[in-house]
Design a protein around this ligand. Structure first.
Ligand code: MET
Ligand SMILES: [Zn+2]
Length: 762
């Protein structure tokens, strides 16, 4: 029999129950017991859901109150000393490490949080030091295994693999010379103990995730897999049978590292790595089973079931039914929970989708078709075929005019009329800005009043005219404020925007939105990505009204503010039926129209934000990465090249280390980058040769802290050691929407004072 498996299920609850309970606990509104009860309910519901769907291998220990990697760090006692000093309960320790703790005399910063591969999930980075002593601390995987068993459900506990655990971590400040991988020998005995404990609790199988196998790995890390898995298998006591899982890409360059490992099953992601099939079949040992990840864990599209069945059939012929498992490609954590809770979605569009709950049925149907023949699931296959066909041929999916426009993109569309030095000449005389021009990144505080009024408008409690009036009065305030503070290039403050991608998605044709389609981003923060359902175009201007109004009330240049094509793409669920490149080009053309409309309406400084450009970078070096960088830059340039030389194009980047070369390829006149938390002097140097103009963020917008004028002066001094003054702009790290007005006033006042200090000195 071909069996079925799920690698992990969303843990947030269908209506964000976990977020609500967790935040209530943080705010002392509910007790720890109450929070634990909500967690347990979610776990039991998930188990029953999977059992009822007919999944054979159901995961346990995929739940977390914050982050599963952080749970695992705590389980193995990878807890920096500062957190263990406070005698916190296990749950409070988890939260203290995840989000920091400031209470009474306790002041603990959060541990570093970083992106989980190229997903929008973030994990808490394990922090190792020379004094790390691995030992089993708590019993979470065992408890959750037994909890499932107590309701009669046999599960497969999920653990992060030893090599990925070390590789994804970092060394603590006091042990910077430590390569975490060198701790493997110390880790393995404890890891083995954990497996023994799971076996004694009754677990027959474990899923060990080694996702780093899809990355470029140094040789010592590659060799670590053999060391680790050979060690684990040689336990003197019984350990569960091991499924080694990889996901988010193919493992071709690292196949040697896992060839011949003593594990019972290997799992691969064939959604994102379908090309690895023959290579993988070649390394499979005679008794090893293959878990075929075929249902996308990171998207919302219905699986094309007959295509999946056709992909797996030859595998079954080769290996036999009993050695094949049909599985989700990765954990379903990255998909929304249940499509059935979408009551407002257009029926035609809804039929295209499948959320985590629906994906369970897809996995089961595929495995049944392979076990018992397609006739055994004929109805499900017929319905699926109809949906797939409907989507392929739908007028929602296809807009011939958009497709034609993309096919006619010529190189001239992606280049400004003149090179930067020539553009700068005309811009300089047009804007006549002082040395060290000051500006902000776009948003100003999103106050309660703004959110409430937007809600009222969305619920139809106030009219469009009333809402517009309100937005105008907000713009009035923001503009007046900036003039008082003395900024040089102003913004309208973005009060009309709920979110920098959703706002545009709602105005573009080709997008759809959900009511409950949340996915966890980190901790209790969830996002509800818009969905690109079809060819994207811009039926009418999206931002001109607000920008023109803002410009009309000031003599200073008003910066128009747009979200770039790559960021719109990356922070949405993309289509799976056309390439990311084509989607990016469609978005680029739509934005190009907007940029040109802004110019025509008298907006002469236009910023196109691309904060997500770095995170879209393919995981491994090579052709794919090269192609991505190429179309990312091209898309930006298509959006911004339709204007005259004297229109100043800005762009903005935040969130991650950037490569100056990637930024250079966009050819924006001015870029602003997040910078204030970088303590690496090389980073300043790297950008020093950036040919166009640049603003390095001077203060952290996530913090209420107000740097003094003196502190700003100092920071600028360091930068001016390597920068030419006439290239340098003065601005914060990012938008100010999460700050309070009094903080922003103080921060910007001091920032502007520092700029004036240098101007007078010049
Ligand atoms: C995450 S980048 C944000 C840029 C946007 N213009 C803002 O200021 O909010
Ligand atoms: Zn930003």
């Amino acid at each position: 029999m071909v069996s079925s498996a799920v690698l992990g299920f969303p843990r947030i609850g269908p209506f964000r129950e976990l977020k609500k309970a967790t935040e209530a606990y943080w705010n002392s509104k509910i007790s720890q017991e109450e929070l634990l009860k909500v967690g347990k309910e979610i776990r039991l519901n998930n188990l029953k859901l999977q059992k009822d769907a007919g999944i054979d291998s159901i995961p346990s220990n995929d739940f977390s109150y914050y982050d599963a990697i952080l749970d695992f760090s705590i389980l193995l006692n990878v807890i920096p000393q500062r957190y263990s000093n406070e005698n916190l309960s296990p749950l409070d320790l988890l939260f203290a490490m995840g989000r920091g703790l400031q209470k009474g005399s306790i002041d603990l910063p959060a541990c570093e949080m970083v992106k989980w591969f190229d997903s929008n999930y973030h994990y808490v980075r394990p922090t190792f030091s020379h004094s790390t002593e691995f030992k089993i601390n708590g019993s979470k995987p065992i408890d959750e295994y037994l909890e499932a068993k107590s309701i009669g459900i046999e599960t497969t506990p999920v653990l992060i693999g030893p090599v990925s655990f070390l590789f994804l971590g970092k060394s603590d400040k006091d042990s910077l010379d430590l390569d975490p991988i060198s701790l493997l020998d110390k880790l393995l005995p404890v890891y083995q103990q954990l497996l023994v404990k799971l076996a004694s609790a009754g677990a027959k199988k474990v899923q060990i995730d080694e996702p780093i196998l899809v990355l470029d790995l140094p040789q010592n890390v590659k060799s670590a897999f053999k060391v680790a898995f050979n060690y684990l298998a040689k336990a003197s006591e019984t350990i569960p049978s091991i499924t080694l899982t990889t996901y988010f890409g193919d493992v071709i360059p690292n196949l040697n590292a896992i060839t011949g490992l003593p594990v019972d099953t290997l799992h691969f992601d064939f959604v994102r790595g379908s090309s690895q099939l023959s290579a993988v079949l070649d390394i499979l040992k005679p008794n090893q089973s293959l878990s075929v990840g075929i249902v996308d864990g990171r998207n919302i599209w219905k699986n094309d079931l007959s295509k999946s069945i056709d992909f797996i059939k030859p595998i079954v012929s080769k290996l036999g039914q009993d050695r094949v498992i049909v599985a989700s490609a990765s954990s379903l954590l990255h998909s929304p929970v249940d499509l059935n809770n979408e009551k407002k979605l257009d029926a035609e569009i809804k039929d295209f989708f499948s959320f985590a709950t629906q994906k369970l049925d897809e996995i089961v149907v595929i495995s049944k078709a392979l076990s018992n023949g397609e006739e055994s699931v004929a109805d499900a296959l017929a319905a699926n075929k109809a949906s797939i066909h409907a989507r392929e041929t739908s007028t929602i999916t296809n807009d011939p005019a958009v497709q034609e426009r993309v096919s006619k993109i010529t190189p001239s569309l992606s280049a400004r009329a003149s090179v930067f030095p020539d553009r700068y000449k005309v811009q300089k005389s047009r804007f006549n800005l002082p040395l060290y021009p000051t500006t902000t990144i776009g948003s100003f505080p999103q106050t309660k009043a703004i959110r409430q009024t937007r809600n009222k408008f969305n619920k139809g409690l106030i009219t469009l005219a009333e809402y517009d009036q309100f937005i105008q009065s907000e713009i009035d305030e923001v503009v007046k404020f900036q003039e008082e503070v003395g900024l040089d290039v102003l913004v309208h403050g973005e009060p009309e925007r709920n979110d920098m991608v959703q706002y545009f998605g709602e105005k573009l044709k080709g997008y759809a939105f959900t009511t409950n389609g949340w996915v966890q981003s980190y901790g209790s923060r969830y996002v509800r990505p818009p969905i690109i359902v079809g060819d994207v175009s811009r039926p009418q201007a999206m931002t001109v009204k607000e920008s023109v109004y803002a410009q009309s009330i000031t003599k200073k240049p008003m910066k128009g503010m747009l979200t770039g094509p790559i960021t719109c793409l990356r922070w949405s669920f993309p289509r799976d039926d056309i390439s990311l490149k084509d989607q990016s080009l469609q978005l680029a053309l739509a934005l190009r129209d907007e940029v040109q409309d802004l110019e025509a309406a008298g907006i002469n400084v236009i910023q196109v934000d691309e904060p997500a450009i770095r995170e879209g970078l393919p995981l491994r070096d090579g052709q794919e990465r090269h192609d991505y960088l190429d179309y990312a830059a091209k898309s930006f340039r298509i959006s911004t090249s339709g204007v005259q030389d004297d229109v100043q194009i800005h762009s903005h980047f935040c969130y991650s280390d950037l490569d100056p070369n990637h930024i250079k390829a966009l050819d924006a006149d001015v870029v602003s980058i997040e910078f204030s938390k970088k303590d690496d002097p090389n980073y300043i140097q790297e950008f020093a040769n950036y040919p166009n103009h640049i603003g390095l963020g001077l203060f952290d917008i996530h913090s209420p802290r107000v740097p003094s004028t003196e502190e700003f002066i100092q920071r600028i001094a360091t930068i001016l050691e390597v920068y030419q003054p006439e290239k340098f702009w003065i601005n914060p790290d990012c938008g100010l929407k999460t700050r309070k007005w009094d903080e922003v006033r103080a921060q910007l006042t001091n920032m502007v004072a520092a700029a004036k200090y240098y101007r007078e000195k010049a």
